[in-house]
Every structure is written in C-alpha cells, then in structure tokens.
Design a protein around this ligand. Structure first.
Ligand code: SAM
Length: 231
C-alpha cells in the first residue's frame, strides 16, 4: 500500500482517542514542547498562520491561546482527525478566526506568500518527501517569515537514546494498543523515526528547500528537536 494512503487510514483509525493517548504517552510534557515551538515561530500579531498536518489541532489551539488575534488555518489530509479539531474549536476557541482544511502537505491549496508563519508538529516523519514538503511550506510563506518544525529526534547521548528507544519502541505500542485502540498504528509511529534524518540532517534539508537562517534546538534530553527556518 502506498505510504500516504497507509498513513491516512492509520490516523483515521486512531483519531477518536488520539488526544487522550498522546497525553498519556508523553505525561503531558508535550505541552511544554508545543509552547516552545509556538514561541520560536513568533508570528506577527493579527497574522495568518498555517498549522501543517494539524491533526486534532493541538498546535492550532496553542497558537490561539498565545495570541487570539491570529488567523489560523489547520490543514490535514485525514478527515476524522479534522473532525476532532473542529469539535475542539467549538469548546477551546469559540469565536476565534480558525479554519480547518482537508488537503495534502505536498500540494497546498494556498497562494504563494499567503501566510506569515507556518508550523508542523510530529508529522514530518510521515510525509513521503521531506524536501518537497519543506519547499511547499516555504512557497506559501511571505518572504522573511518563519517555518517551525517540532518532532521527535535521535538523541545524541547514547545512554539517553537507548532509554528513549526502549520506551518508544516497546512502551508506546503497548499503551497505544491498550488505550489508543491500535497496536499496529503505535508500532508504526516509533518505526517512522528509524529512517528519519537526525537533527543535523534535517537542518540540511531545510537549507536544501531554500530556508535561510536555519537552526534547531533540542528538548527532552535530545529526543525532541525544534527546527526553525526563514522563508
Ligand atoms: C502524529 S499526527 C500530528 C498531529 C498534530 N500536528 C499534533 O501535533 O498533534 C500526524 C498528522 O499528520 C497528518 N499527515 C501526514 N501526512 C500528511 C500529508 N501529506 N498531508 C496532510 N496531512 C498529513 C496525519 O493525517 C496526522 O493527522
């Protein structure tokens, strides 16, 4: 089966319990990483911001909590994940200028330079072509504005990496099976890190896609990386 079809169907199967499983698996610490990613994006007040592969909208709502004047567009290709995002918007951001669009990160249905910031969380491992995705993100950004990517990474410290791998490759599928409703989906997610570029390699892909001032910071003992580039 084609990777994008598999990924879409896999997320559709775990969408109803995605938020609860996520909080349980990270102990809620992902909230800190998300807040930091939003801080790194630093979009202009009142700006139009894209949450790429928004899922159920975690980063969308972080953006709006930090600055309710933003106009946020969340895009994802999995309709059940977007349904979750729309339901959350009614409760968590009533009256906010937020829109959820079904679409593919590799072919964004937006005009060149139409956003003043774009962010992507825990999704780059799932796309079929990282550089093409980054080029698309850059295309829709106004020159000089930022793209921020938050994702798991390979920790440079071998001891920490071993401990993280034990958790990621063993505990995550177990808990994901029990709580998230799909052991195979939660086995896929850690495996998607295996062939994912390390933090330096991902920074190089940002540059290859045309981003300037590329940098990254690590969190969670290096198991998390936040990459930043300017369009
Ligand atoms: C692990 S979830 C992350 C969701 C959210 N960004 C978060 O931080 O919780 C990955 C999401 O990426 C979406 N996705 C993967 N590949 C995509 C693509 N090519 N275009 C649009 N959405 C995609 C999936 O449907 C899924 O909702």
């Amino acid at each position: 089966m084609e990777k994008s079809v598999y990924v879409r169907e896999m997320f559709a199967s775990i969408a109803p319990r995605y938020d609860a499983t996520n909080r349980l698996l990270t102990g809620g610490v992902d909230e800190r990483w998300r807040r930091r990613a939003v801080r790194e994006l630093a979009p202009p007040s009142g700006g139009r911001v894209l949450d790429l592969c928004c899922g159920t909208g975690d980063l969308t709502f972080h953006l709006l909590r930090k600055d309710p004047s933003l106009h946020v567009v969340g895009l994802d290709f999995c309709a059940p994940m977007l349904d979750g995002a729309k339901a959350r918007a009614l409760k968590e951001a009533p009256g906010a200028d937020v829109q959820f669009v079904e679409g593919d990160a590799l072919a964004l249905p937006f005009e060149d330079g139409s956003f003043e910031g774009a962010i992507m969380g825990f999704s780059m491992r799932n796309v079929v072509d990282i550089v093409a995705t980054l080029r698309e993100a850059r295309r829709v950004l106004r020159p000089g504005t930022r793209f921020v990517n938050l994702d798991v990474s390979k920790a440079p410290n071998p001891f920490f990496r071993r401990a993280f791998d034990l958790y990621f490759y063993n505990v995550v599928p177990l808990v994901g099976g029990l709580v998230g409703g799909s052991k195979s989906a939660y086995r896929y997610l850690p495996n998607s890190l295996t062939n994912f570029p390390n933090a330096d390699e991902l920074a190089a892909r940002f540059s290859e896609a045309g981003f300037n001032g590329v940098r990254y910071l690590r969190m969670g003992g290096g198991a998390i990386a936040i990459h930043v580039g300017s369009a």
